[in-house]
Design a protein around this ligand. Sequence first.
Ligand SMILES: [Zn+2]
Length: 70
Amino acid sequence: MKSNYYCPKCKSFSYDRIHRGIFQKYILGVQQRYECRGCSAVFTNKDIAKNTSLDFDDVENSMLNSNQQG
Ligand SMILES: [Zn+2]
């Protein structure tokens, strides 16, 4: 399964949406942001769009092998 929806920093597919307040959403027009569960990096849909598609299973496997990185 290919996907580019991963953390740009550590390539983890585990991340949470950061909830926007109603004020930010409708008044400021702030983009949806995401926070990585692995490295706590914050990124947006724009950052995700820049990612190249990776095979989901490959990344999960490589993370198991190089867990100490970073
Ligand atoms: Zn990360």
